[in-house]
Write a protein that binds this ligand. Structure first.
Ligand SMILES: Cc1ncc(COP(=O)(O)O)c(C=O)c1O
Length: 461
């Protein structure tokens, strides 16, 4: 719905109160991925309410959530069915530990995840976020090989350009850059294979090759023969790399090479699962059978921090044995499998399954792809567009066609222009990702694209 929702536009604070709270935030809160020197230019909006694809600040101004609250939101904000799932659970118990105890929301969610994911992923291990879901997979894979008497299987292989989180283990997997380099001397070594090149522009495939990438992977697997524990891949789209796409079928080819090498395949679907590429899981839609599947973000519909690492009975069974053998997986977090998170995840998965099977998500993807292409194709400030599912990324450029200098803040400035026009976006370098909630309407897609275009055109460089 595009029209203002008037009751949500009633300010929650007068201007003096608002200014005071902004000052408290400035004094006491440290925001992630934010240069503190730019704090005044990039004053964080204080979000007070949400409804559908819209967020409302404390003053009652409304904004379309064009990055789905960091790529997580599925069914919109304040969705009655999801709110109800949380409230029902809240009336029972908000949290009890999963260490030595169980509860129905996580039991039911585990069953549902096992039934809905590719066959063989029978066990779910819960943690709190995308990074920890990958950490769990890494630790389980490495320990599995030790328990199988194959400690020499200790090498981790990743694809160039990957992003798997900000913890030490996931930084080790991540691409070089300011997010990882300052901590490199504390990172464990990994082998990196080339990413495939697949540039799609407005539906036209300009260049798609996976041969070079698979050759480089084959070489590494031969050099490390018998020593590779696992390969970690973001299948289909590498989000933080700038929505870099793999040619369809690429993950299956990587899977085949992993099987041949006897190594685990860890798929990090933290970003691409739960409708983002149109299906619940990319691996299921591409017929790929991973040994580990990492899920977070959209798992709870974007409501609460909950992550799951799915794996096979074969991996699980290797951790089974008499206590004194210490095969126990010694890992867990205080809020592991939080009941509120599990309850909302369960409800969100049910709603999403209906949306996917009814064709609603496919229709949204089709409209999104068409409007992105119609709006941005051949625009002089846009060098390249990548769109797949409900992900799009615009590589911005100065009018001359050259690239922006490294220090240019053009995309950031365009986001500020967008904010002035009621649209929330976050830049990735000088690229502009468009990642809306899965339920975005046709009208809202038009607003998203036309407002992003206006913002780009209004930005000076
Ligand atoms: C593919 C992928 N893996 C892992 C993560 C890390 O997730 P979190 O920020 O929840 O730790 C992200 C975050 O964007 C991601 O895109």
């Amino acid at each position: 719905m595009i029209l203002p929702l008037t009751e949500l536009q009633i300010p929650l604070a007068n201007s003096a109160e608002s200014a005071e709270r902004d000052a408290w935030d400035r004094e006491h809160a440290w925001h992630p991925f934010a240069q503190t020197l730019e704090r005044e230019v990039l004053r964080p909006l204080s979000i007070a309410r949400g409804k559908g694809c819209w967020l409302f600040d404390r003053e009652g101004n409304r904004y379309l959530d064009g990055n789905a609250s960091t790529w997580t939101n599925v069914h919109g904000h304040s969705e009655p069915a999801l709110n109800e799932a949380i409230v029902e659970q809240l009336d029972r118990v908000a949290h009890s530990t999963y260490l030595g105890l169980a509860h129905d929301p996580a039991t039911l969610l585990s069953k549902r995840l096992a039934e809905s994911s590719p066959s063989g992923l029978e066990k779910a291990f819960y943690s709190d976020n995308g990074s920890t879901s990958v950490e769990v997979a890494l630790k389980q894979s490495l320990r599995h090989w030790q328990l199988m008497g194959q400690s020499e299987r200790s090498v981790i292989v990743v694809m160039e350009g990957g992003y798997h989180g900000d913890t030490f283990g996931t930084m080790a997997l991540g691409a070089d850059g300011p997010f990882t380099e300052p901590w490199r001397r504390w990172s464990f070594p990994v082998r990196r294979f080339k990413a495939p090149v697949c540039l799609e522009c407005g539906g036209e495939v300009l260049h798609a090759t996976d041969a070079e990438s698979l050759d480089s992977l084959t070489r590494i697997l031969q050099e490390e023969k018998g020593r590779v524990a696992a390969l970690v891949l973001e299948p289909s789209v590498q989000g933080a790399a700038g929505m870099m796409q793999q040619p369809p079928g690429f993950a299956g080819k990587v899977e085949a090479l992993c099987r041949e090498a006897g190594a685990h395949l860890i798929l990090d679907e933290v970003f691409v699962a739960f409708g983002r590429i149109g299906s619940t899981y990319v691996c299921a839609s591409e017929g790929v059978q991973p040994d580990f599947l990492c899920l977070a973000k959209g798992l709870t519909g974007g409501y609460l921090p909950l992550a799951a690492t799915l794996t096979t009975n074969e991996v699980f069974d290797s951790f089974t044995g008499p206590f004194h053998e210490h095969k126990t997986f010694y890992h867990g977090h205080t809020y592991t499998a939080n009941p509120l998170g599990a309850a909302v995840a369960l409800r969100s998965c049910e709603l999403l399954e209906d949306r996917i099977s009814s064709g609603a998500v496919a229709k949204t993807v089709e409209v999104f792809g068409r409007v992105v292409s119609e709006t941005f194709l051949d625009h002089p400030r846009i060098r390249r567009i990548r769109q797949r599912g409900l992900t799009a990324c615009l590589d911005l450029c100065p009018e001359s066609g050259a690239s922006f200098p490294h220090e240019s803040r053009f995309a950031r400035d365009a986001c500020l222009e967008a904010r002035e026009r009621g649209l929330l976006l976050r830049p990735l370098g000088n690229s502009l990702p468009l990642v809306p909630p899965i339920v975005i309407s046709d009208e809202e897609i038009s607003f998203l694209c036309s407002t992003a275009l206006e913002a780009i055109e209004a930005t000076s460089y």
